[in-house]
Design a protein. Structure first.
Length: 474
């Protein structure tokens, strides 16, 4: 009894000792990546990362403080392997959070380094005209404004890397270390370079201002000439064919873009030198008209291109395509209706609307002619109507060959032909069903003849049977 009690007592103490390690079970029962994702949902600050890393270090110290062996009765329980395993787990958690912090710090470092580099490229750009002068002056102003808060950008980067050095010092490569070390020096060099550039430009600004004023005066005259040419030779000239108007629109759009770029450049120059902004009402008016025309001719070109593609569709594919075609033409009709009212007096609009309206009426005729009820005789009837050859039985038959026919001129007659075809098909099906039903139920009497023992001749009314057969065959 004493021995049994001693063993049980030892067993209880061993279990109690092992249970003391349960406090670390979260290390392997939870996943560090999921815990990190949950941690980042709260938008953690640097202090939160520091607190977490300190927590890991505290747990690590608890593990290291565990005695290397524990004596329980005659048993000596060694803990070195357990401690090594627990240390590996805590290191993996610490590694995951440290790497995430490092990723954030490196992103901030790279963004700021790139920002400084981009500003330097701007002030190093040779000053050849108003645009380049404006670019350099804007860059100089950007540096001036940034000087007041650059320290606020440096601080979080430096603080994050200081924390990383404390808990995970071997994570950075040489390039990153060099980049971090050079960050502040690069900014100071940029500020010094900006001061030199500002001094250089002070002596050039008078010449640039003089050239700007000359350029503005020239542009005012040029815009008047451009507007006159637009009114007399542009796409709005009365009586122009739509395709010619479209060509002129493209040409004048390109010429407008040239003047718009000059306007933008001179506008920036006037802002740069504190001059009043010159107004160009004729240029604004032309831009508005070009924008309206572009809406019209964009739809015009889209409709033309679509109809040309449709003309190439083989008749064998029309059943699969027709619903999509009707949907497209309906959309074109809605787009046409939405165009500004001022465009509706122009020839291009009238032609566009007529073409859309015609196709809106033609496509239902195409749908009707593509139905299974249409037979060769119906196509022949259509050919007799339109007086055009329609190669309906040819493998190369396309919509182009149907569209060239005056379908709308004979719309009602064609509708009558297709409706008649539907009725004929329905009648054919009805008759076929009746014929099948009749012969399935018909009875033929087979009798003997002149002493022949086996049945060998038809009995009943032979004449009635023959008449019914001929009727159904015909």
């Amino acid at each position: 009894m004493l021995l049994t009690g001693s063993i049980q007592g030892t067993k209880n103490k061993v279990n109690e000792f092992l249970a003391s390690f349960e406090q670390y079970s979260w290390l392997w029962n939870k996943r560090s990546d999921e815990a990190l994702k949950l941690f980042n949902k709260n938008n953690p600050q640097l202090e939160d990362f520091e607190e977490k890393l300190k927590e890991f270090d505290g747990i690590l110290q608890q593990i290291l403080d565990i005695e290397g062996s524990n004596q329980i009765g005659a048993l000596s329980l060694k803990t070195e392997n357990v401690k090594a395993g627990l240390k590996a787990w805590i290191d993996s958690w610490k590694d995951a959070f440290s790497r995430d912090l490092h990723k954030k710090a490196k992103t901030l470092l790279e963004n700021l380094t790139d920002e400084i580099k981009q500003i330097k490229l701007k002030i190093d750009k040779p000053v050849k005209d108003i645009d380049s002068l404006g670019g350099v002056m804007n860059a100089l102003e950007e540096i001036r404004k940034k000087q007041s808060d650059i320290a606020l950008q440096f601080k979080p980067i430096n603080d994050m890397y200081a924390l990383i050095d404390t808990y995970f010092s071997n994570i950075m490569d040489k390039d990153e270390i060099d980049q971090k070390t050079a960050m502040q020096n690069n900014w100071e060099t940029l500020v010094s370079r900006a001061e030199g550039t500002r001094n250089e430009l002070q002596g050039q600004q008078a010449d640039f201002k003089k050239n700007l004023i000359v350029g503005i005066k020239a542009l005012v005259i040029d815009v008047k000439d451009f507007r006159h040419n637009f009114e007399t030779k542009g796409p709005t000239v009365a009586g122009l064919e739509p395709r010619e108007a479209l060509n002129r629109l493209r040409m004048f759009s390109d010429e407008y873009s040239i003047r718009k770029r000059k306007y933008d450049s001179y506008f920036s120059g006037e802002t740069l030198f504190g001059l009043p902004h010159t107004q160009y009402p004729l240029l604004v008016k032309t831009a508005h008209e070009i924008e309206l025309l572009d809406k019209l001719y964009s739809l015009y070109s889209k409709v033309k291109d679509t109809l040309n593609k449709w003309r190439e569709i083989p008749w064998t594919d029309i059943v699969a395509e027709i619903d999509k075609m009707i949907e497209t033409i309906d959309q074109f009709s809605r787009d046409c209706t939405k165009l500004p009212g001022v465009l509706k007096s122009w020839e291009a609009y009238k032609e566009l609307k007529q073409e859309i309206d015609d196709m809106t009426e033609i496509l239902p005729l195409v749908t009707a002619l593509a139905k299974p009820s249409i037979r060769n005789r119906h196509w022949d009837d259509v050919i007799d109507l339109v007086k055009e050859d329609i190669p309906y039985s040819s493998e190369t038959f396309t919509l182009q060959q149907l569209f060239k026919c005056p379908l709308l001129q004979f719309r009602e007659e064609i509708e009558e032909i297709t409706e008649s075809a539907d009725k004929q098909l329905k009648l054919e099906k009805t008759l076929k069903e009746e014929i099948i039903a009749y012969w399935e139920e018909a009875e033929l009497q087979i009798k003997t003849w002149k002493g022949v023992d086996q049945p060998c001749t038809l009995g009943g009314n032979i004449m009635d049977i023959q008449e019914k057969l001929e009727e159904h065959l015909n």
